[in-house]
Design a protein around this ligand. Structure first.
Ligand code: BDR
Ligand code: CA
Length: 332
């Protein structure tokens, strides 16, 4: 069965990815092996609290969760309260919960159980992945399926004119990972993920489909902040749900077109920090290190997410014993 290590920085669009993964786990479509967090949208520890809260609200309390490296490899951590709110979950504050320590041991356990069906999906800065490669190079190179959200490939950035947020926050990590990768990494850049737009009407449909699942009661307040942010920056009262699309692409749940290429990330230049250069004409004569997603079937992606919401509703309303256990766990 497909197993997933989800490395994220929730974060509002990361939250949608967690909701999807929890549903697929409930349905037995995959096993969510562990969730680890990077410092990005908020600090790594806060991201872990947020992930624990979201998963609990989705009725999933058995997945190990741990905070990863506390900050970028070489630059100061910058967080983004204006985009995801002070807590990282918009207008919602996650209660404090117990989370695991030793994030890298969670990855090692997962890898040692086999890598054929194991997907590592990264939707925050690449700090943990780069640190893992330094600490455990053999385990890093054993990973066969890595998918990441990041970068803008010959496309306007969302943080500087040329850089996307995840790559800009820890440009050294992104550069290092692509420099050492032996198996091409599937990269979901802004080019594709900005098309994954959520509007208020669709959100209402999502909340309705979630039924009695506890997350349904919080999702609108989490997302309202994100809608307002996008409106403030001129994108309209809607939101780009980058990380959900990334997870769906990683798991092959949506049609997409990809381009196999070699890319590099600029770590140091003040103007070009976090900018991706892609060798689309093969002029560097280097082995490909990336499968860059160019386009994805966004309508299909939303349909798949809505199917996941229905799974949550069924799970929450399941037989009396199951539903009772579910609500008890969600309130823990
Ligand atoms: C990425 O940056 C973060 O703010 C989002 O969670 C997403 O992973 C988009 O640039
Ligand atoms: Ca993210």
């Amino acid at each position: 069965m497909t197993r997933v290590i989800f490395d994220c920085d929730p974060g509002i669009d990361d939250t949608y990815a967690l909701i999807y993964l929890a549903a697929a786990n409930h349905a037995g479509e995959l096993e969510l092996d562990c969730v680890t967090t990077t410092a990005g949208n908020v600090e790594a520890e806060q991201c872990a609290q947020n992930a624990a809260f979201v998963l609990a609200q989705c009725g999933l309390t058995t997945v190990p969760i741990a905070a990863g490296v506390p900050g970028p490899l070489e630059v100061e951590l910058t967080t983004t309260p204006e985009t995801h709110g002070e807590t990282g979950l918009g207008y919602i504050t996650a209660p404090q919960r117990h989370v695991d320590t030793d994030w890298d041991l969670l990855w090692i356990d997962a890898i040692e159980r086999g890598t054929e069906d194991l997907h590592l999906i990264v939707t925050g800065p690449m700090t943990n992945l780069a640190a893992f490669a330094r600490l455990h190079p053999q385990h890093f190179h054993a990973l066969r399926h890595i998918t990441a959200m990041g970068g803008a490939v010959n496309y306007p950035g969302n943080t500087t004119p040329t850089a996307e947020w995840n790559f800009w926050v820890d440009p050294h990590a992104a550069a290092e990972v692509f420099n050492i990768a032996r198996t091409p990494i599937t990269l979901c850049p802004l080019n594709a993920t900005e098309q994954m737009l959520l509007e208020p009407r669709r959100l209402q449909g999502v909340v309705d489909k979630l039924g009695q699942a506890p997350i349904a009661a919080n999702l609108a307040e989490i997302t309202r902040f994100y809608f307002e942010f996008h409106q403030e920056v001129g994108e309209g009262y809607r939101a780009q749900i980058h990380d959900l699309l990334t997870v769906l692409i990683a798991l092959d749940k949506v049609e997409s077109t990809v381009c196999l290429t070699t890319l590099d990330v600029e770590p140091t230049s003040a103007l070009l920090r976090g900018t991706v250069a892609a060798d689309l004409r093969g002029m560097w004569e280097r082995e490909p290190n990336a499968r860059v997603v160019e386009q994805a079937d966004v309508a299909g992606a939303w349909a798949e997410f809505e199917r996941a919401c229905e799974i949550h509703a069924q799970f929450a309303a399941g037989d009396a014993g199951l539903a009772a256990g579910y609500h008890r766990k969600a309130e823990d």
